[in-house]
Write a protein that binds this ligand. Structure first.
Ligand code: GDD
Length: 325
């Protein structure tokens, strides 16, 4: 199968490329000229990269016309929630117009293909305790410009499926983590700090934000498998939650990381890490996706966090070794 991944150099995109290449697909990836290639460097010679920005309608049209993929995974986005308060315009433009350009490019090329749209559990936002676990029918009450952009992407995809018959499958991914997780996201930020403590590079004091938030984490490699199954077996125009069904507090997450690294840490609240409004708890139900595809998450959170810590230790030890030589 000829496949195109937008956002291939990102966290989920690079793991999806690993999974699809391993499964024998011909994988093309769209990368912005200013993006770093570290996450896909190991795929050199096996991944075909095309330069282009999703906010550029012409670039999207050219890409779709040149590649003519059978499957498109649309992962490119401004994905960091706090940045969406600092740059709401850029977040809404990148995420909504970027997707519009993709869908219009597919229409203009008269391409018959399946398209996965990566939505988010952030779309549910202000969920009441009696509404847990979150199903696809839980109301959408987004609490950040990022979350609003994801609701718009989700509904735009549905509208294009209904109005123009585009074969779109919508996923609402809950939190995911693992090796290559971007540094600003909480699991990676804490893993880096804990790894630095274990290597003696910092005092055992971790800068933190809201530790009481609860999130439903899945390993990124399980999520990559889920995205592929969404296009293999998902129903057109449908929306599916992708989650583990378990939630942990961010405090517990930090405790697990410290325990895995064998260190004791104290915390230092950092006001800059607090958000104007934070989603208190996200715990999903993925029965609908399981029934449609047979997907189950395989990797337990401790394994995921251990792999993330190992990845950080490797990144931190390299520069130390270099400095000694
Ligand atoms: N980033 C960060 N840094 N978050 C912190 C910190 C900190 O020091 N301390 C506490 N938190 C809390 C945040 O307030 C939030 O409630 C929670 O940790 C999870 O934050 P992240 O994992 O960084 O991201 P997110 O949940 O806001 O969004 C991620 O998951 C979404 C799916 O639910 C991103 O990957 C989104 O792109 C994705 O859609």
């Amino acid at each position: 199968m000829k496949v195109l991944i937008t956002g291939v150099t990102g966290f989920a995109g690079s793991h999806l490329a690993d999974h699809l290449i391993e499964a024998g697909h011909e994988v093309w990836g769209l990368r912005r000229w200013r993006s770093r290639d570290d996450n896909v460097a190991h795929l050199a010679g096996r991944l075909r990269l095309i330069e282009g920005d999703i906010t550029d309608a012409r670039a999207m049209a050219d890409t779709i016309a040149a590649v003519r993929p059978a499957w498109i995974f649309h992962l490119a986005a401004q994905s960091f929630v706090p940045a969406s308060w600092q740059a709401p315009d850029a977040t809404l433009t990148t995420n909504i117009r970027g997707q519009l350009n993709l869908l219009e490019a597919v229409r203009a090329a008269r391409l018959t293909c399946r398209i996965q749209i990566a939505g988010s559990s952030e779309e549910y936002g202000l969920v009441q305790p009696h509404e847990l676990p979150i199903t696809e029918d839980t109301p959408l009450r987004p609490l950040s410009p990022y979350a609003v952009s994801k609701v718009a992407q989700d509904l735009l995809a549905w509208q294009y499926a209904r109005s123009y018959g585009l074969d779109v499958v919508r996923t609402r991914g809950f939190n995911h983590t693992g090796p290559r997780r971007g540094e600003p996201f909480v699991s990676s930020d804490f893993a880096r700090q804990v790894a630095e403590v274990s290597l003696g590079l910092r005092e055992p004091v971790i800068a933190v934000g809201n530790l009481e938030a609860r999130r439903d984490f899945t390993d990124v490699r399980d999520v990559a498998r889920a995205y592929a199954l969404a296009l293999e077996r998902g129903k057109s125009a449908e929306v599916y939650n992708i989650c583990s069904g378990q939630d942990v507090s961010i405090r517990e997450l930090l405790g697990m990381l410290a325990d895995l690294a064998g260190v004791e840490v104290a915390t230092r609240p950092d006001p800059a890490r607090l958000r104007p409004s934070d989603v208190p708890v996200l715990r999903g139900c993925c029965d609908k996706f399981r029934k449609a595809t047979g997907w189950e998450p395989r990797l337990p959170l401790r394994t995921t966090l251990a792999d993330l810590l190992a990845w950080w230790r490797q990144r931190l030890v390299g520069p130390i070794a270099d400095a000694r030589h």
